[in-house]
Ligand binder design. Structure first.
Ligand SMILES: Nc1ncnc2c1ncn2[C@@H]1O[C@H](COP(=O)(O)OP(=O)(O)OP(=O)(O)O)[C@@H](O)[C@H]1O
Ligand SMILES: [Mg+2]
Length: 354
């Protein structure tokens, strides 16, 4: 598998982003279709879903960010680590599985009221709740009830209403908030709110960490998207609901060669996984938004200390400066000098997807 173009693109972007980016047909032009609504998703933990959701939302502005993961890591980012009271994603989804419950209003919160770095961003978030751990069971129960409705057409309509619940909830919120973009953080599991988010978005952003388990989870995700015997397609049946395509695989935790004379060359581990990812994408092009695998792979460096600081202090990576120092649990942690490279990589993703 040849990854030269993917590497050369990164080098070109560091050299001169703004100018090259505007040249159509240049190596930096991924020619990706643009969408408004994305879910950040892969079926593995600790690969960067919540971190990317937060940082891409920061870059975008005018966006609704939704945390569907019961762990609530992106909720902590958006809320600046504060406890959030009020309506959660669980409360908002519950009425769709329990017909007599009323729908809560005003579920989205202005991020700037919680996280100072979002001041003036016109961005909102819907917090998650640990109750979402129980949501898969409720969803299954509701779908089973829908299937038991004796009139076929009504059964079908009830099922679609449940599967598109998050989609209609988002549409309602977007109208009220007057923003058009959406980014959804998902849990490392498929069932429940992740399943609903696949029906709610235009496309997926899939982080894959440079390890074999992450590549395996990409393979599983591809199978779920396309295999009629797997839960996603099986639940949908003949309902003809849309299936999201993958816009981008973000290869996270990449490292670069420190050998003398090496410039912008990935280290061996990163190379191996970039190749594996490309191979997998090449075999599954039908699930991507274009038919060129090189368009869909973007490496992002390991955030190192910046990642730790960003998580502990809920600071967007874009707001960190090299060598700034923070105290975390009584320990001094420095922003690594490569943070500027990570910032450029995040800009490249944003400019390519929105
Ligand atoms: N390039 C990178 N992209 C994203 N995260 C990175 C990167 N490099 C290092 N990290 C670190 O990796 C960790 C990823 O954690 P994160 O909570 O975002 O993962 P997750 O996929 O949401 O996990 P979970 O499935 O448990 O919700 C963070 O500590 C983050 O700072
Ligand atoms: Mg997460």
């Amino acid at each position: 598998m040849n990854i030269d173009k993917i590497i050369a693109r990164q080098a070109a972007y560091y050299a001169n982003d703004a100018q090259l980016f505007q040249t159509r047909g240049s190596i930096l032009d991924l020619s990706l279709p643009k969408f408004e609504k994305y879910a950040v998703c892969n079926l593995r933990g600790g690969i960067g879903k919540s971190t990317l959701t937060f940082n891409l939302a920061y870059d975008s502005q005018n966006i609704l960010a939704i945390d569907t993961c019961p762990q609530g890591n992106s909720t902590a980012f958006f809320s600046g680590g504060q406890a959030v009271t009020g309506v959660t994603m669980y409360d908002a989804l519950l009425p769709y599985t329990m017909p007599r419950m009323s729908f809560p209003s005003n579920i989205a919160l202005p991020v700037e009221n919680y996280n100072q770095y979002f001041e003036g961003h016109n961005s909102y978030f819907v917090p998650s709740s640990a109750n979402l751990y129980e949501f898969p069971t409720l969803l299954e129960g509701a779908l089973a009830q829908a299937r038991n409705i004796p009139v076929v057409r009504e059964a079908e309509r009830a099922k679609v209403q449940i599967l598109e619940s998050l989609k209609s909830l988002i549409e309602r919120e977007l109208k009220k908030l007057e923003v058009s973009r959406v980014i959804i953080d998902t849990s490392p599991f498929f069932s429940g709110a992740t399943q609903l988010s696949w029906h709610a978005v235009d496309a997926l952003i899939v982080p894959v960490r440079t390890d074999q388990q992450s590549v395996d989870s990409l393979e599983l995700l591809l199978d779920l998207l396309g295999n009629p015997n797997r839960a996603f397609m099986r639940a949908m049946g003949d309902a003809g609901l849309s299936i999201p395509k993958i816009q981008m695989v973000v290869v996270t935790h990449c490292g670069w060669s420190t050998a003398p004379g090496a410039r912008n060359e990935p280290n061996n581990q990163t190379k191996i996984y970039l190749k594996k990812v490309k191979e997998l994408i090449s075999k599954n092009m039908q699930h991507f938004t274009t038919n060129d695998p090189d368009n869909h792979i973007v490496p992002v460096d390991d955030f190192l200390g910046s990642g730790r600081i960003a998580s502990a202090k809920q600071i967007p990576i874009k707001c960190l400066r090299p060598n700034q120092s923070f105290t975390i649990n009584g320990q001094q942690v420095e922003v690594n000098s490569s943070v500027e490279k990570c910032q450029k990589q995040l800009s490249f993703i944003s400019q390519s997807i929105w």
